[in-house]
Design a protein around this ligand. Structure first.
Ligand code: SAM
Length: 260
């Protein structure tokens, strides 16, 4: 698993957008200030870093050492984040925590097993918070269409790159996180969507593409330079202004146990 994201880590840290202040504040309010929060699949600290100033401690856990290196670098001055190499199969070995947050990482896990373990580990008021692309319809999960998407898809297809090709990715099952949570001990769900505008240029979109596990530098290998050139050219051919706008829609799903 570490290999999937390892080579993407520097691009992830630089080019993946943060979730925005409003989303992090909503999360912090829901979890409470005097709490220890596990950020599972923390990447380079996309959530851990902005959340750290609003809670007591963040345990930032990820299997990819390269992600932790980026996180430690970005959070050099922050003393209440504990960076730990681990994953969803090593939850019992972690120091105690009050809540769990997972940003775009739950789909990489055996979701039912993880929720059953969290039911053993979380205190009675403990929440499971998921952050990721908004669910736009009741049907199977679909990535949000972006203005550059058809170009990206075409170039990825030319390089035989398959989105979410990893066998353990939940997108293959079409079963949404909402439904998995609703059938779990954490069935009391609250969902909020946050939208914010982003501006991209060619460098940003190419960097973003290299931050994805299915088109990371490790996957591309010695085709990396050719891919960067092909994607840059195709993007500019499609949109000679070299500027794109996106409305980034993020959903935060906060799940708790039902009160008896
Ligand atoms: C798309 S990144 C998300 C990073 C960050 N949480 C965010 O919101 O941007 C997914 C992360 O999940 C991690 N990951 C993959 N499988 C995992 C597992 N079984 N347990 C914990 N983390 C995992 C990857 O190493 C990667 O850093």
């Amino acid at each position: 698993m570490a290999d999937l994201f390892g080579s993407a880590a520097p691009y992830y840290a630089r080019y993946r957008p943060m979730y925005g202040e409003a989303a992090v504040e909503h999360l912090a309010r829901a979890l409470g200030a005097d709490t220890r929060v596990l950020d599972l699949g923390c990447g380079p600290g996309t959530i851990a870093i902005p959340l750290a100033s609003q809670v007591k401690t963040v345990l930032a856990v990820d299997p990819a050492e390269e992600m932790l290196v980026e996180g430690r670098r970005l959070a050099a001055d922050i003393i209440n984040i504990i960076w730990i190499q681990g994953d969803s199969t090593t939850l019992h070995a972690l120091p105690p925590f009050d809540h769990v947050v997972m940003g775009r990482s739950f789909h990489w896990m055996d979701r039912r097993v993880v929720l059953a373990e969290l039911d053993e580990l979380l205190p009675s008021g403990g929440a499971v918070a998921l952050i990721g692309p908004a669910r736009l319809s009741a049907g199977p999960w679909q990535p949000c269409a972006q203005p550059w998407q058809s170009v990206e898809r075409r170039v990825c297809a030319d390089f035989d790159l398959e989105i979410d090709a990893a066998a353990n990715c939940f997108h293959a099952t079409d079963e949404h996180h909402h439904d998995v949570l609703a059938a779990s001990p954490f069935s009391d769900l609250e969902s909020r969507t946050f939208t914010r505008p982003l501006a991209w240029d060619v460098e940003g979109l190419v960097g973003l593409q290299l931050s994805y596990s299915y088109s990371s530098p490790a996957v591309l290998g010695d085709r990396l330079n050719a891919f960067v050139e092909a994607l840059s050219k195709a993007l500019l051919a499609d949109n000679p202004t070299g500027q794109w706008e996106q409305q980034l829609m993020t959903e935060m799903l906060i799940a708790r146990r039902r009160r008896r």
